[in-house]
Design a protein around this ligand. Structure first.
Ligand code: BEZ
Length: 246
């Protein structure tokens, strides 16, 4: 249900790639390595890794974002991470700000394990436990108020260290680093952010109701996420990990 638009993504989600450097540091990419970027989006971060000399392959399920990534001359496969068919062909699997859209985490982790050569690493950052909780609560409560099941519309999976760590270990990974990192994130345009990321919630509503819904969600957020100068800060929390496959 979440539809991506490359222009909106550029305007309201570019900070996602701009803030991706700690996980790139954790990846420690080396020139010549073959690296798979799961949920590569519009490919801006993938292209940066390619510029470092890595041989990159991207995967994304959004045709719009795959088209944007291919415009950067990247090799990209349009598929869900749960259906990837790679077999022992990558030195590393990387992912930034994508895995929380993939609710069947075990299926994703199994496909990642299959894609890695023996000794390969899975290094990623995603939304972690409590991520954008204030925003999620407002989106859910406002759907509930309108007679819908708000909780059922939540598309995200924000796991704890224990949850994701256990899933990685069960799939045969040795988890060398995993941490939950609160990262309050200034958002210059909260209405734009909501419009870009709330597709699963607004899809439940009639088109004529959607604008008012987002206005009411925004009103709920004002006392919690907007300061007296009008600046918005989202309550982001990241889960970052590095795990090696035997
Ligand atoms: C995130 O990157 O954590 C995120 C992005 C969109 C919606 C929710 C979380």
């Amino acid at each position: 249900m979440q539809k991506w638009n490359a222009e909106d993504y550029e305007k309201h989600a570019r900070f996602v790639t701009d803030l991706g450097s700690p996980v790139v540091e954790l990846l420690a990419p080396k020139a010549g390595e073959r690296i798979l970027d799961v949920g590569c989006g519009d490919g801006v971060l993938t292209a940066k890794l390619a510029q470092l000399g890595c041989v990159m392959v991207g995967v994304d399920s959004s045709p719009e974002l795959v088209a944007a990534a291919r415009r950067l001359d990247l090799e990209v496969v349009e598929t869900c991470a749960t259906e990837m068919e790679f077999d022992a062909e990558f030195d590393a699997v990387f992912s930034n700000a994508a895995l929380h859209w993939m609710r069947d985490a075990d299926a994703v982790i199994r496909r990642v394990a299959r894609a890695l050569r023996s000794g390969g690493r899975f290094v990623a950052e995603m939304g972690g436990q409590g991520c954008v909780d204030t925003i999620v609560r407002a989106l859910v409560a406002e759907l509930d108020r309108r007679g819908h099941n708000g909780e059922a519309a939540v598309p995200w999976y924000f796991p704890s260290v224990e949850d994701y760590g256990a899933r990685l270990a069960a799939a045969g990974f040795e988890v060398r680093y995993i941490a939950l990192i609160p990262r309050p994130t200034p958002l210059p345009d909260m209405p734009g952010w909501l419009k870009t990321f709330s597709g699963n919630f607004t899809a439940v509503l009639r088109p004529g109701e959607r604008e008012d819904y987002l206005r009411c969600v925004l009103e709920r957020l004002v006392p919690k996420l907007r300061d007296s100068d009008g600046n918005w800060t989202a309550d982001y929390v990241r889960l970052r990990f590095a795990a090696h496959f035997a």
